[in-house]
Design a protein around this ligand. Structure first.
Ligand code: SF4
Ligand code: SF4
Length: 120
């Protein structure tokens, strides 16, 4: 590359818009089939623990007694393995990514207590 080519290239780049977005400040538009994060229909979950056993990163926790399902979002690698093994098909991949964070991001879900049963 000659000096002239190099100078032209540098000047052109100085006045171009950046190729990257100011994420997460500027919202990204996700593709329809992006594997962003795991979602759960907690009312359909039977707390069998299959998703937790198959998760390669140990991101999912299942407590059958407390009827609790949780996921550490930033441990998840979006492999979709949990979605495939769930016998109740209550897991799915949604396309938005979890927002970046310096710490862990844990989402906890509890089964709803039926109206005719007292809270524990
Ligand atoms: S595999 Fe499905 S039904 Fe079983 S605990 Fe996980 S989400 Fe619930
Ligand atoms: S998508 Fe993969 S890594 Fe994420 S929770 Fe499911 S099994 Fe674990």
């Amino acid at each position: 590359m000659t000096v002239l080519h190099f100078s032209t290239y540098v000047i052109k780049k100085l006045f171009q818009k950046p190729a990257t977005h100011l994420y997460p400040i500027k919202k990204q538009k996700f593709f329809e089939r992006t594997r962003g994060h795991v979602a759960i229909d907690i009312d359909a979950c039977i707390f069998c623990g299959m998703c937790s056993r198959k998760c390669p990163t140990g991101a999912i926790g299942v407590d059958r007694t407390a009827k609790q399902w949780d996921i550490e979002r930033l441990k998840c690698i979006q492999c979709s393995c949990c979605v495939e093994v769930c016998p109740k098909k209550c897991l799915s991949m949604e396309n938005a990514y979890t927002a970046p964070s310096e710490g862990s991001v844990k989402d906890v879900f509890h089964a709803r207590v039926p109206d005719n049963q007292p809270d524990r």
